[in-house]
Design a protein around this ligand. Structure first.
Ligand code: C2E
Ligand code: CA
Ligand code: CA
Ligand code: CA
Length: 289
């Protein structure tokens, strides 16, 4: 039924009397959509409906692509390209995030292998959900995937958020230490989005700090954001932590952030997340071997 199913057929699945919902207020459509997405996650995983998009992270000053962040998409036969904010929480609830996360890691490592063989020596940055991060055999899974693709751990960056510290702090810190001992880079994501703790920053001491785009959004007009950004970059550098500024959308933001001696930048100004084919084209254009 799912394959090539038009919206009408799809909705009919739930019973004819529900078909009218598509015309009802968007809140209902949203609930309806989530209901289906939740039920179809497993199917999607086994039927190759997930995709990995890539967004470049560039070296400040040269704009050279040093890292690509993997951002999952769901190519849904009815809803089109579904973004992760919609389905990752559902996958977390059901525990399927572990399998999906493993699929992302595999896909990225395989791609990196290909790109390296072609002479494009970029690192891959992968987002880890909390459940995935706390999973007992995470290290084993990662070691196996790296090994299968003949990839040194130095090419893999794992992005985690501070939420890792809220649940089981000791366990989180231990896991981080294990991953770093393996040679994997740890990146603290979304820093400054909502509640940012300097204590967490000091305890995690990540290799890389990603400053959330909510801080960058209003610079340079907003004095507070500007001060926060300036201090964060200085603090990170004193701790020998590399800084990535996220969400750079305009030339003005780029120039301003460059002036703060940030290390790396990411944002729509450089490129939106793109398909692997288009990422390869970007690499071919900018990082000729
Ligand atoms: P994130 O890790 O903070 O990823 C950055 C998000 O910001 C991406 O949204 C990206 O498209 C968007 N973005 C990048 N540059 C700009 C910009 O200049 N302006 C604006 N307005 N947005 C920008 P996306 O791809 O929708 O991903 C949303 C979130 O979903 C990610 O936030 C991440 O937390 C999560 N996610 C994505 N892929 C995965 C995955 O494979 N596993 C897990 N567990 N989570 C993932
Ligand atoms: Ca991220
Ligand atoms: Ca982020
Ligand atoms: Ca995020």
């Amino acid at each position: 039924l799912m394959k090539n199913a038009g919206l009408g057929v799809y909705l009919a699945k739930k019973g004819g009397h529900h078909t009218y919902r598509i015309y009802s207020p968007s809140a209902n459509v949203e609930t309806y959509k989530l209901f289906y997405l939740r039920n179809e996650l497993q199917y999607a995983l086994h039927n190759d409906q997930f995709l990995v998009y890539y967004q470049p992270i560039v070296q400040a000053g040269t704009d050279e692509i040093v890292t690509v962040e993997a951002l999952i998409r769901w190519n849904h036969p009815v809803w089109g390209i579904v973004r992760p904010d919609e389905f990752i929480p559902l996958a977390e609830e059901s525990g399927l995030i572990i399998k999906i996360g493993e699929w992302v890691l595999k896909t990225v490592c395989r791609k990196l292998r290909e790109w390296h063989d072609a002479g494009y020596m970029v690192k891959g940055s992968v987002n880890l959900s909390l459940t995935q991060f706390l999973q007992a055999d995470l290290i084993g899974v990662i070691e196996r995937i790296l090994h299968e693709n003949g990839l040194d751990p130095e090419w893999l960056i794992l992005e985690i958020t501070e939420t890792a510290m809220w649940v089981q702090k000791d366990k989180a810190l231990e896991k981080i230490a294990q991953l770093r001992a393996l040679g994997i880079t740890i990146s603290l994501d979304d820093f400054g989005a909502g509640y940012a703790s300097f204590k967490n920053l000091l305890e995690i001491k990540p290799d890389t700090l990603k400053i959330d785009r909510s801080i960058v959004k209003n610079i340079p007009e907003d004095k507070d954001s500007t001060e926060i950004l300036t201090s964060l970059i200085q603090l990170a550098h004193r701790l020998s932590i590399l800084v990535v500024v996220e969400g750079v959308e305009t030339e003005e933001q780029k120039e301003f952030v460059l002036g703060l001696e940030v290390d790396r930048m990411q944002g729509y100004l450089f490129s939106r997340p793109v398909s692997e084919e288009n990422m390869q084209k970007l690499l071919e254009r900018t990082a000729k071997p």
